[in-house]
Design a protein around this ligand. Structure first.
Ligand code: SF4
Length: 217
């Protein structure tokens, strides 16, 4: 952590963002019925796909295939029309069927609760696994996507090159009681204000704590 950044300012940022944003669609989906299986499959569907599209596709899919067993037995041709709006939907149809089969074969039809077991599933990297831990199991983890990586660096909390480095550093500097909110809050902020190109610093609720590292004047 750069020397000038204190835990107090990190907490102030997270509290301010918490007052600003609702939980995202992915979060709404799991809040509605906190199911690790639904969170896992919805997170895979959400890759390179907008929240609203993910939400509707997941809703259609789970209305038809409620359990890992049912999804494992589904034909690809049955899944495709339900998730067609998602990016890379053909690949995702294969992936979620394979994941469902492995849940049945290796885990007794349940979603595993550890990072190592989750990342052993196809299509599941650390970010997706972290989302399952946070949104599916309410366990402490910090899923790091491009928004979390970019904004943590801009805020001056850290200076890292990869999401993996960012995850490790955030786990050291963010008080554990906030871990489950980091992804949701920074993703919301990244989509609306601290955008990849053209961050709206003048409209930002956390500007007073921000180093604006790498942001042009
Ligand atoms: S002040 Fe600008 S760079 Fe910093 S978090 Fe806000 S929008 Fe992002």
């Amino acid at each position: 952590m750069p020397r000038s950044v204190s835990r107090n300012s990190i907490v102030s940022v997270l509290r301010a963002l918490g007052r600003t944003y609702d939980w995202t669609a992915l979060n709404r989906l799991s809040e509605k019925r906190r199911s690790p299986f639904r969170t896992l499959i919805a997170t895979i569907l959400s890759q390179r796909t907008r929240d609203e599209i993910t939400y509707e596709a997941a809703r259609r899919l789970f209305a038809r295939f409620r359990t890992p067993e049912k999804l494992a037995r589904a034909r690809k041709s049955e899944i495709l029309p339900l998730i067609r709006a998602c990016g890379f939907y053909r690949v995702k149809a294969d992936t979620i069927r394979r994941v469902a089969r492995l849940l049945v074969e290796r885990h007794g039809g349940r979603v595993p609760e550890t990072m190592d077991e989750l990342t052993a599933l196809p299509g599941v990297g650390r970010k997706t696994a972290g989302c399952v831990l946070v949104y599916g199991f309410a366990k402490d983890a910090i899923p790091v996507d491009t928004h979390v990586h970019r904004i943590s660096n801009r805020l001056g909390w850290l200076r890292t090159k990869t999401p993996g480095e960012t995850e490790i550093t955030l786990q050291k500097i963010v008080p554990r009681r906030f871990w489950q909110r980091v992804n949701d809050l920074l993703v919301s902020h990244g989509r609306t204000v601290c955008r990849p190109i053209g961050p709206r610093c003048g409209a930002c609720s956390v500007e007073r704590w921000c180093a604006k590292a790498g942001v042009g004047n």
